[in-house]
Design a protein around this ligand. Structure first.
Ligand SMILES: Cc1cc2nc3c(=O)[nH]c(=O)nc-3n(C[C@H](O)[C@H](O)[C@H](O)COP(=O)(O)OP(=O)(O)OC[C@H]3O[C@@H](n4cnc5c(N)ncnc54)[C@H](O)[C@@H]3O)c2cc1C
Length: 429
């Protein structure tokens, strides 16, 4: 935050400051610094670099933060999880924040629902930084509407046989395993019958059909369109109960809403700091650009909104710490849409007040603007988040006592007041 943060405890503030220091001195150095960020933006990444990144994050205790120590995580909180993601977005690169955020919610799901094999073979090594994870959710004909997924898994003896296609899958060429929702029963669109299966990368029948990483921003993950063709997986790789994964996915998304918003906000804060410094030093008509009120009001608006978005996000994280990751659905959706819309608005406004140089690669602001763009639909589109908010908010807003018959007849009485509270002039008429 830029203003005083009375919502975070002193320990949490220290956690954030320490996380930034650790990332700057132990993670984003020696081959994973700014040159690497640039290379990723040109889609010049490698499996070795991603392995090195997750390994450093494991050593630093940033993978699967809320998973207890007994299962390989550092046993931290959801607040620490979102603070770490903010720190990665702020001083790293947004795709790094994405890889680490996958460990947060995938790790949490494997911890809460996975059998011993899932925990030992995938969760613990992922938390330690020995495995790179990919989340294979989106399909050619099912994105936002995940219940319409067409990838199916059928039981054959003690194996699952998986067929289908997924697209836009970050880390597809680099990951050690794919965390994959499939349909094991039920009809198209049913929430029952969706299961999650963990698929090892080297399993026969997996094909990367198309590299999709040459997109607007968020580059360097090797995002791919992939096919599973009679892919055979041991039955123990099922996460939780067969056909019951819908609730695992919605819980997981509840947490992902916060991490995606938080790392995009962290990145936008870095852009804001660069723009504030640039405009304070760049002179136009012999005075700093920052002295023009039209510009410094923009900065004031960005700072104010950024603080508000952090507060919303922290509030939702606190609810999850208190009541579990399925709690605070409305608050999480609020934090997601507002945070991701704002991150993009801030990065774009920073370019505006910097002028032409803001659009070049001299400063990382233009990359941030491209990178945070996808956050407005990734992990939960703004439109869907607003639908969640309106659904839950109306339950709180609507009052059964509100006298509908008086709507449009307010001269006879005011609908929101009880009979004995009506203003005298109305009651007397
Ligand atoms: C940079 C990037 C990285 C990604 N990484 C991954 C990954 O690692 N793994 C993965 O599985 N997927 C990934 N995705 C895919 C991403 O999750 C999907 O793009 C997202 O879920 C939206 O799905 P879709 O693109 O199919 O859009 P659609 O579902 O076709 O929706 C298109 C648009 O329709 C509108 N819309 C949809 N539903 C509603 C509604 N109910 N109400 C109102 N409007 C609505 C929204 O504006 C939405 O953006 C990534 C995408 C990008 C761009």
């Amino acid at each position: 935050m830029i203003g005083e943060d009375t919502v975070l405890t002193d320990e949490e503030e220290t956690y954030l400051a320490d996380a930034i220091t650790t990332l700057e001195t132990e993670v984003f150095v020696d081959g994973l610094g700014h040159d690497h960020f640039r290379a990723l933006d040109e889609n010049d990444g490698s499996r070795e670099e991603w392995q090195e990144y997750v390994s450093r994050m494991g050593d630093a205790g940033f993978n699967a933060i809320s998973v207890p120590e007994a299962h390989g995580g550092p046993g931290g909180t959801i607040i620490e999880t979102v603070l770490a993601e903010q720190a990665i977005g702020y001083c790293g690169n947004i795709v790094h924040a994405c890889q680490t955020s996958l460990t947060q919610h995938v790790g949490r799901t494997m911890y809460e629902h996975g059998n011993q094999h899932i925990r030992e073979a995938y969760l613990e090594p992922m938390a330690a930084g020995d495995l790179v994870v990919a989340q294979a959710y989106t399909e050619p004909r099912s994105g936002t509407d995940l219940a319409h997924l067409e990838t199916d898994a059928e039981k054959d003896g003690d194996e699952w046989v998986i067929n289908g296609e997924k697209r836009f899958i970050d880390f597809a060429p680099y990951a050690d395993f794919y965390f994959t929702p499939v349909r094991t029963s039920g009809d198209d669109g049913d929430r029952e019958g969706v299961s999650i299966i963990v698929i090892d990368r080297d399993t026969d029948g997996i094909e990367l059909l198309q590299d999709q990483s040459d997109w607007h921003g968020f580059r360097g993950t090797g995002a791919s369109w992939m096919r599973f063709d009679d892919v055979r997986v041991p039955e123990a790789n099922l996460v939780g109960n067969e056909g019951e994964a819908w609730s695992y996915i919605t819980d997981e998304l509840n947490l992902e809403h916060l991490t995606v918003a938080r790392y995009c906000l962290g990145a936008s804060q870095q852009a804001l700091e660069i723009a504030a410094n640039y405009t304070a030093n760049r002179e136009v008509n012999e005075r700093p650009v920052s002295r023009y009120q039209a510009v410094n009001h923009k900065v004031a608006e960005m700072v104010t909104k950024l603080d508000g978005a952090y507060l919303l996000n922290t509030r939702a994280a606190r609810i999850m710490d208190d009541r579990g990751v399925s709690a605070g659905r409305m608050e999480s959706a609020m934090a997601k849409w507002l945070g991701n819309e704002l991150a993009h608005e801030i990065a774009d406004t920073c370019i505006q007040i910097m002028g032409g140089i803001g659009t070049t690669t001299s400063y990382p602001v233009e990359q941030t603007q491209r990178d945070v763009r996808a956050g407005r639909f990734m992990g939960g589109a703004t439109e869907v988040m607003k639908s969640v908010v309106q659904h839950d908010a109306y339950k709180l807003l609507l009052d059964e006592e509100f006298d509908a018959e008086l709507v449009g007849n307010e001269r006879e009485g005011l609908p929101w007041l009880n009979e004995d509270e009506q203003p005298a002039q109305i009651a007397d008429e």
